[in-house]
Design a protein around this ligand. Structure first.
Ligand SMILES: Cc1cc2nc3c(=O)[nH]c(=O)nc-3n(C[C@H](O)[C@H](O)[C@H](O)COP(=O)(O)O)c2cc1C
Length: 214
């Protein structure tokens, strides 16, 4: 335990993989995000599509890791259970924040935006592309509800496996949300904690870009 405490208190990582300037940033934040996501994929970052999604209800924030599963012109899609905690939270307050951190690239992207359910057809198509076991899992899991024993989940899985002998239909409580961004912040680590940050905020159809202090 002493070693962990010592490591946390004293380990230092310096960042020097890149520089952001007014000249080299991409002016359209969607294109910039795609470029950085592409860099993360090409550099074989593990799970480059994983991000933290923050929700907030009654002043109490919550966040959790999710997978980005759709890149659309209007925004970013993830899939989940509509009846779990985040589903209930989004029904009360659709304002969210997404955070991608690609440690290997020393980059972070923060996005704020508004989440709304995608068309059922989009959820149907994505659900149909999932492996059968994941499809059955979406039926079996009552996401975020208390589970007395893991065996109860396995029993439900078996029950749905028997019920849906061939195709597994999409459960009505499972589907996608699309986040329409209102702002992006691109962060590139620099030596001595003097990082580069560029904030993009939407003003009508224009994106206003500001450099921020680290
Ligand atoms: C790497 C990783 C990827 C995940 N991807 C998803 C996902 O795409 N959808 C999802 O509903 N939960 C995903 N989870 C589980 C969530 O973090 C969370 O536990 C779950 O969605 C319940 O959250 P909630 O109680 O706030 O609704 C993932 C977890 C990890 C660690």
């Amino acid at each position: 335990m002493g070693d962990v405490k010592n490591y946390i208190e004293n380990h230092r990582e310096d960042f020097d993989k890149g520089i952001l300037t007014k000249e080299n940033i991409v002016k359209n934040p969607f294109d910039f995000f795609n470029q950085w996501l592409n860099d993360a994929i090409e550099q074989e970052v593990k799970e480059p599509y994983a991000f933290h999604l923050a929700t907030s209800v009654d002043g109490i924030p919550q966040n959790r890791v999710l997978y980005l599963r759709g890149l659309e012109e209007e925004g970013y899609i993830f899939y989940t259970n509509y009846d779990g905690n985040k589903g209930n939270e989004l029904a009360k307050n659709p304002n969210v924040s997404m955070n991608f951190f690609w440690a290997e690239l020393e980059r972070q992207v923060r996005i704020t935006g508004v989440a709304q359910k995608v068309d059922e057809k989009i959820s149907d198509e994505y659900f149909a592309s999932r492996p059968r076991k994941s499809q059955l899992g979406a039926w079996a899991s009552q996401q975020s509800k208390e589970l007395d024993d893991y065996s109860l989940l396995e029993e439900r899985l078996e029950m749905f496996d028997k019920k849906f002998k061939e195709n597994v239909p999409r459960p009505p409580h499972w589907g996608g949300y699309i986040v329409t961004p209102k702002s992006f912040e691109f962060w590139q680590g620099r030596p001595s904690r003097l990082h580069d940050r560029f904030l993009y905020e939407q003003n009508d159809s224009e994106w206003i870009i500001k450099r921020l202090n680290p």
